[in-house]
Design a protein around this ligand. Sequence first.
Ligand code: HEM
Length: 414
Amino acid sequence: MSRDPLGFLTSLHQQHGSFVFVHSGLRRLYLAIEPELVREVLVTEGLKFGKSRGLEMTKRLLGNGLLTAGRELHLRQRRLVQPAFAKNRLAGYARVILDTTREHLGRWRHGQFLDLSAEMMAITLDIITRTMFGDSIGDRTPLVAEAMHDSLASFNVGMIPLMPVMQYLPIEANRKFWRGRRQLDSIIYDLIQQRRHSGDQGDFLSMLLMATDNGVPMSDEQLRDECMTIFLAGHETTANALSWTLALLAQHPEWLERARQEIKQHGAEDFSRLEECRWITQEAMRLYPPAWVIARMAREPVTIGGEALDKGSVVIMSSAIAHRQAQYFPEPEAFQPERWRNVDHLPRFAYFPFGGGNRVCIGEHFARMEATLVLAAVLENWDYRMLDRMPAAHAGITLRPVGGLPVQLYSAKG
Ligand code: HEM
């Protein structure tokens, strides 16, 4: 399981079906794949489940933001944070997404070799930094990137079972983590102070600062936790979605061409008109869902799929496995964006790259728009040749392409 979690879960599913019980040490562990089971865990019986312990590590960096908050705090915070993601804010964010992407693309050169996956990471981190803090971040964007990099470096160490002890040892990864965390904290607290009284600037931070619960605003610490959470949850996932999309398009030149035609016809600016580009990203997230696994722990005894689960049982739901079921997605291994033309027949939880229920991804619309616009901006100007075969997937916290995505770039404008 720890060496190849996705391979292990896939073989469990293939050998034992859609609802599998595994004895794993002291815990009772279930793997749930059928849409109806996923719906029961995330929605119908959702309140009987909490997030599983795996998240405790993430709390070291995120504190008690939306992703990690317990039930009561989550309920309040979700109400406070939601307006930052309202539909009427999206147009402003679209501008930031396109400007930021084009700035990065402007540094690319015809004939250059680069790792598209690293580029996507840099672009999405820059986008989230600017949508969060607007202009007030000034020239501190590279500092944020470096601090983020340092604090995330320890998360690989964080996946190993000894971690509860490891986190206190003076090893390099921990030193980096604390250095990165201190750096990020100081930037975020500084910006919160600067901005407390500056009104709506159109960015996430404005909305978080204006949000009140019965007239009471968030504390600085809660604000910091929400900012950090949006930072972390809001860039690596989208970067991976984009990397897989670009890798798949390189294998399917007919779709690359269709996307180009659509962009030529409608421009890269208007998300709502880029229908085929949307299908393409959606199909890429079917085959390679960046958040490939979601886990929940029963807070009380609960019945799922007719089976009685004890308190403390853990249910794992993997979109990476669920999305490849032939009864919902004919020829499931094939990249066929066209299948998204009509999805009326699809049960709600046959496809869940953004989770579901009360903890569904708050950034879903933002991420869909971002992935489509960044893709359109790239294809509008650049062509690329992959230097290796289709990368294998590494199933860590997110589903990443092993070895990145080395390419050679060509200007698409000749
Ligand atoms: C393709 C990109 C993305 C994917 C695949 C994705 C996926 C997910 C998934 C599956 C969850 C639910 C986790 C669970 O139930 O345990 C989640 C939660 C969350 N996501 Fe995303 N996400 C993406 C982009 C974003 C972006 C762009 C943001 C912010 C700008 C964001 C912010 C969050 C937050 C704050 C949560 C916690 C929500 C809560 O518990 O109330 N995500 N995401």
